[in-house]
Design a protein around this ligand. Sequence first.
Ligand SMILES: NC(=O)c1ccc[n+]([C@@H]2O[C@H](COP(=O)([O-])OP(=O)(O)OC[C@H]3O[C@@H](n4cnc5c(N)ncnc54)[C@H](OP(=O)(O)O)[C@@H]3O)[C@@H](O)[C@H]2O)c1
Length: 284
Amino acid sequence: MEYKTLNNGVKMPALGFGICGFSDLLGCKNIILEAIKQGVRMFDTAAIYQNEEALGMAIKESGIDRKEFFITSKLWVSDNSYQGAIRGFYQSLHKLQLDYIDLYLIHRPLGDYYGAYRALTDLYKEGKIKAIGVSNFFDDRLYDLIYHQEVKPAINQIQIHPFLQRKDELAFHQKMNVQVEAWSPFASGKQNIFENDVLKDIAKRYQRSVGQIVLRWHLQRNEIVIFKSSSKERIKENLAVFDFELSKEDMTIISKLDQGRIEDSAYRIESMKRVYGLENEYGI
Ligand SMILES: NC(=O)c1ccc[n+]([C@@H]2O[C@H](COP(=O)([O-])OP(=O)(O)OC[C@H]3O[C@@H](n4cnc5c(N)ncnc54)[C@H](OP(=O)(O)O)[C@@H]3O)[C@@H](O)[C@H]2O)c1
C-alpha cells in the first residue's frame, strides 16, 4: 500500500474501499470483513449511507488493532450547522463504536456549512478527528472556505473518473495543498467503462484488468482513491495495483477519454431536490 501525507502530517492510505449503497447490516458487515481479509484498511462511509454500524461491527469483529484502520465518515447536510455537526459527529462516532475518526468530511457545501466546519475544527483540536475536510466542493467554494478558516481542509472528496477528469481542479488543489480524493473512480460502473476499447487495449498490453488500469491512472495523478465492489475477486484484483506503472504515453492516451462533463443546471437542481426531499417554491 502507498500512503499520502495530508497537509497536517497525517498519513492516509492511497487506496480504500467505499461502502455507499451497502445498506443491509449483515451483508455490509460481511463484505467489509472480506475486504479487511484482502488487506483493505481504509474505509469510506457517511451518515447518509446508514451503514456506519456495520463498519463498526466489522472493525470490532476483525480483531485487528483500531490504529491500523483509517476511517472516513461524512456529515450530512441536515446537520450543516455548528450544533448539528457536533451532534452528527457524535452519532457517527457512536455507531462506528470508535473514540476518534481519522477523517471527517462535510458531505456537501449546502446550508450552514461554515458553522459545521467550525465545529469540525473544534473536534479536530480536541483530537476527536485526526483530519478534517470537505466533499463535493467546487474550487471557488473551496477557495472561499480556506480563505475564512483557521484550519485548512486536508481533503476534498470529489467525483473523478476517466470520463470526468477535472484536470484544472486537480492542479488547483495541488497549488492549495489540499489532497484530492476520487469518488466513483469507475464512474459507478456506468458509461460501459469496463468495455471501453481504449482501456481494454491498454489493459491487454499490461496484462492487467481494466479496473486495475483505471485505479493506476488515478494513483499516478496523485489522487487518493475509494472504489466499491461487492465481489471478493474484484476487491483482490483492485488492491493489486502497486506493482506496475503506466507509461507517460498511456497516461496521455487515457487523458483523451475526458468528456469534460460537469453536471448541468437541470442535474444540479434535481440533485438539490433529492437532498432536501421537497419541491421548492419556484416549482422546479
Ligand atoms: N462524497 C460523495 O458524495 C460520494 C458520492 C458517491 C460515492 N462516494 C464514495 O465513492 C465510493 C465508490 O464509488 P461508487 O460506489 O460510485 O462506485 P465505483 O467504485 O466507481 O464503481 C463501482 C462499480 O464498479 C464495479 N467494479 C469494481 N471493481 C471492478 C473491477 N475490477 N472490474 C469490473 N467491475 C468492477 C462494481 O461492481 P461489483 O460490485 O460487481 O464488483 C460496481 O458496479 C462509494 O462507495 C462512496 O464511498 C462518495
